[in-house]
Design a binder for this molecule. Structure first.
Ligand code: ZN
Length: 407
């Protein structure tokens, strides 16, 4: 449903082509994506919040009800009761981190026990030192323990402000077990036991937030962006503009190389290769995003005029992402004007595409100088909508754009 909304298709329509993959749309903006929420992972993040509350909220009624039904629920690792005596919600909750097509139990890396006096941490069964519970690491002597279920607090005592372990066994050790016991003591002795209560921490942040949980899962499970790292940085900045959102989204799609250009249509076998795939402006090369908006003679003339308009002299690059980068570099120092200048950048891309369409679909031919006029006009209109309280005349905008942007 989300997908259809984005690409403008409705149930009655023919399927629209998704020009950008859903995975890439869900990437955060700083990674070159659109920052759309992936509902599956967002849902899991919301569910995980319940796990956090199970660990933290002592004595609340809802938790007591769950405990009556499922036993101790204050655990990172939960197990389903036998039979069918559980709700679907509980099943989802127990399955978090293990059953979502994922091998390792990420709950263990998300909810970290901060050990205090050990009053709610089971010595053998919970993970509190090392990477696994001690019953797994020292399975041999675990079987001989007299208190396999006990919490840490009950397996030692304070003697003159020093914690002393009092582990008890069902019988004396064999030689192999003796060795194992020494290793165990070596591991647990340095762990500081305090007089504070045990507590929980969410990753390294302390408190749980759904937002952070989502970004954690996203980073862990989504494959890295296929975009080259340098262009990711540039593309991420495309949003810092006063241009209308739909325009920015369009430029973003152009930067990713995912517009329905003739080149892309050939690649998807929607049109045949040949003259029909050439640029409508110059008829000299296959139409791609880089050609249309950057290396084409028409685009080049428009960009030169824009540069002169802003009093800039710089070499015009052949790639649309480099074009954005050069814009960003020229205006790095002018903090105030940044968003406004980028608005003009978007206006060029937008106007070029509109005129390209007019040429294809209604045969209208427009000279480069006229294209530039349109860029000035369109950007002025967008800017007026932003600066409602300090409008300027079109004439003023054409004469001194930087001054108006900074105002
Ligand atoms: Zn061209």
């Amino acid at each position: 449903m989300q997908r259809k909304f984005l690409w403008g298709g409705t149930s009655g329509d023919k399927e629209k082509i998704p020009w950008v993959s859903w995975k890439d749309l869900c990437r955060p903006k700083e990674e070159g994506g659109l920052g759309v929420k992936d509902l599956k992972w967002f849902n899991i993040s919301l569910l995980t919040k319940w796990r956090w509350r199970l660990l933290l909220e002592h004595g609340s009624l809802w938790k007591l009800v769950l405990e009556a039904k499922y036993g101790n629920v204050e655990r990172v690792k939960l197990v389903l009761p036998r039979g069918n005596k559980f709700s679907l919600w509980w099943k989802d909750l127990v399955g978090l981190g293990v059953t979502n097509g994922v091998e390792d139990d990420w709950n263990q890396h998300v909810f970290l026990k901060k050990l205090g006096c050990g009053g709610s941490t089971r010595f053998w069964l919970d993970r509190w030192v090392g990477l696994a519970p001690l019953c797994e690491t020292f399975s041999r002597i675990f079987k001989v323990s007299l208190h396999p279920e006990c919490v840490i607090k009950d397996l030692g005592e304070w003697v003159n402000d020093t914690w002393v372990w009092r582990l008890a066994w069902r019988r004396s050790f064999f030689i192999r077990e003796e060795e194992s016991y020494n290793n165990l003591m070596e591991i647990i002795t340095p762990v500081p036991i305090t007089k504070e209560e045990d507590s929980w921490s969410f990753i390294d942040r302390g408190m749980f937030t759904v937002r952070y949980m989502y970004s954690y899962l996203y980073k862990k499970f989504l494959p890295p962006s296929p975009l080259v790292l340098c262009s990711v940085g540039v593309i991420a900045r495309v949003w810092e503009s006063w241009a209308p959102l739909k325009v920015i989204v369009f430029s973003w799609q152009a930067l990713l190389g995912r517009l329905p250009t003739r080149g892309n249509l050939v690649r998807r076998r929607i049109i045949i290769d040949g003259e029909a795939s050439f640029c409508v402006f110059c008829n000299g090369a296959r139409e791609s995003e880089n050609h249309l908006f950057s290396s084409c003679g028409t685009a080049w003339l428009v960009w030169s005029k824009v540069h002169r308009w802003f009093g800039l002299t710089s070499v015009l690059p052949n790639f649309i992402s480099s074009l954005l980068e050069s814009f960003l570099t020229c205006y790095r120092k002018k903090k105030n004007g940044f968003k406004g200048v980028l608005l003009v950048w978007h206006a060029v891309i937008w106007v070029l595409w509109r005129l390209r369409n007019e040429r294809i679909f209604s045969g209208t031919i427009v000279e480069p100088s006229e294209i530039f006029d349109r860029v000035q006009y369109v950007s002025w209109k967008w800017l007026l909508a932003i600066k409602v309280n300090s409008p300027c005349l079109f004439y003023e905008w054409c004469v001194n754009p930087s001054e108006y942007i900074a105002r």
